[in-house]
Design a protein around this ligand. Structure first.
Ligand SMILES: Nc1ncnc2c1ncn2[C@@H]1O[C@H](COP(=O)(O)OP(=O)(O)OP(=O)(O)O)[C@@H](O)[C@H]1O
Ligand SMILES: [Mg+2]
Ligand SMILES: [Zn+2]
Length: 457
């Protein structure tokens, strides 16, 4: 097909991870998948993929113009926050998440705001008809002026339309549905996903138009069509949430223009994604005073401190092995905390089932939440409440020692801001930090000490 024979070749590509091989392999040496290789003719020449501007000459760094990277923000502050302050023209961002989590909803809102505040926006949908999108738009209260829908999946055609419309923002929903006709693989295959993304990148950079892609997530949480995509794009966002909860976290895991691990918090409502600007409040369920088995921790999501309630229930095992259930808490972490409590703090959990929940559907993966989890478990086990108005911060070590955590000041100010009076903190690293006036600290060195201080006596 290709005239440039020297560049046309046949390769075998792993459809899981993108590994290329000159011969067929039954087992992928990189991602260990079986029967994942399929034959592909590579017709996009290397020259076509490389570079964003035509004559590529070395540029002295001091001569590089940065005016095109001035970011702009929309009146959706949680979204701006996650992107590191706003949208960078010419950037390619991937928004991925489970089916039905709200990717299309969020991006339709973003598209509508951008259309209103910045001008023409093109929303390319390969998954839904304009009619379906209109229904959603009506529910979201979007009038849709300057917002163009394009129900097209051929990327060549899409790019032609983009040239005609010269939009200020483009949404591709989803990258798995678009295809390049000169590649002989199906839409959604790794080659298509990768080449389409690269092509969009080549279009977006010189045009200085930000492009948002949605991407499906496979069962095991990886972006389908897969990780190669994360390397190509500038920004990777995950939209997360629990099925039973209407809260959604937009999490940044890669950002070439800002810090990662920023989160934005939304609530999925009838009228769309509503920003939650004071998220600590939602993770604190309305608490009865002195509730047994419940503790408040302060976790950091990016630069943002969040107060979260952790609940624990212990119950004597009635049959067989004691069970441990962790919702929103890392399972291995829970086992470690339970073992430390048993061995170092006299909380004998060997014959107890343990259930731990983080409320609000958040995932606590920071070791600084250890101490709060331990307090909740100890409180349930002893059937004694955690002191009211108390929060706990600290990582637990295997010998029961409490380790220092990062950014204590920032956490303490959030704890104080939400009206808590006391905070258990690691004694280590406490010097030379400023403490909010309304807050009284209980510095501790061991988990045993923390339990003494934290539970009602
Ligand atoms: N009337 C409504 N009120 C509130 N929420 C609704 C309403 N209708 C639909 N939803 C929510 O919208 C979700 C679908 O959102 P959306 O289509 O944006 O998700 P998505 O991530 O794009 O999904 P997909 O992976 O299928 O493209 C549904 O799961 C549902 O919870
Ligand atoms: Mg969708
Ligand atoms: Zn592989």
């Amino acid at each position: 097909m290709s005239k440039d024979k020297s560049r046309s070749k046949t390769v075998f590509v792993c459809q899981q991870c993108g590994k290329e091989s000159l011969k067929w392999l039954g087992h992928c040496p990189d991602c260990q998948a079986w029967n994942s290789f399929s034959e592909q003719r590579v017709t996009v020449s290397a020259a076509k993929i490389s570079g964003f501007t035509s004559p590529i000459l070395p540029l002295e760094l001091s001569q590089v113009n940065i005016e095109t990277t001035d970011r702009f923000s929309l009146s959706l502050s949680e979204f701006n926050r996650v992107l590191g302050g706003g949208i960078v023209p010419g950037s390619l961002a991937l928004v991925s998440g489970d089916p039905g989590i709200g990717k299309s909803t969020l991006l339709l809102q973003v598209a509508a705001l951008a259309a209103k505040e910045r001008g023409t926006v093109v929303y390319v949908s390969g998954e839904e008809t304009p009619h379906q999108i209109k229904l959603r738009a009506t529910r979201l209260g979007v009038d849709g002026k300057k917002l163009y829908l394009l129900a097209e999946t051929n990327l060549e055609t899409i790019l032609e339309r983009l040239e005609e419309l010269s939009p200020g923002l483009v949404i591709i929903d989803s990258i798995q549905t678009v295809y390049l006709p000169d590649l002989d693989t199906l839409p959604g295959s790794i080659t298509q996903v990768r080449e389409c993304t690269m092509r969009l990148m080549q279009w977006a950079k010189p045009a200085a138009v930000p492009v948002f892609l949605t991407g499906h997530v496979t069962k095991d949480g990886a972006i389908a069509g897969p990780r190669v995509l994360e390397h190509i794009v500038d920004v990777v966002l995950y939209l997360e949430g629990e099925a039973f909860s209407s809260y959604r976290l937009l999490r940044c895991v890669k950002n070439r223009f800002g810090s990662t691990n920023e989160i934005g918090v939304f609530e999925m409502k009838e009228q769309g994604m509503v920003e939650i600007t004071n998220p600590s409040k939602i993770f604190l369920s309305p608490r009865a005073e002195d509730s047994v088995g419940s503790a408040i921790i302060c976790t950091l999501e990016g630069s943002r401190p969040l107060l979260v309630e952790v609940q624990a229930l212990t119950n004597p095992t009635s049959f067989g092995q004691p069970r441990r259930v962790a919702n929103g808490v890392d399972f291995a972490r829970l086992l470690m905390i339970a073992a430390v409590l048993s061995r170092r703090a006299g909380i004998k959990l060997g014959n107890q089932d343990i259930i731990v929940n983080a409320t609000g559907g958040i995932k606590l993966d920071e070791p600084a939440s250890d101490l709060g989890i331990a307090l909740a478990i100890a409180s349930s086990y002893r059937d004694v409440a955690v002191k009211s108005g108390l929060a706990a911060i600290g990582e637990i070590g295997l010998s029961g020692e409490i380790r220092a955590v990062s950014q204590v000041e920032r956490r303490l100010s959030e704890v104080a801001r939400l009206g808590f009076k006391y905070c258990i903190v690691p004694k280590i690293g406490l010097k030379s930090i400023s403490v909010p006036e309304s807050l009284r600290l209980s510095p501790v060195t061991s988990v045993r000490e923390a339990i003494e201080q934290g539970l009602v006596s």
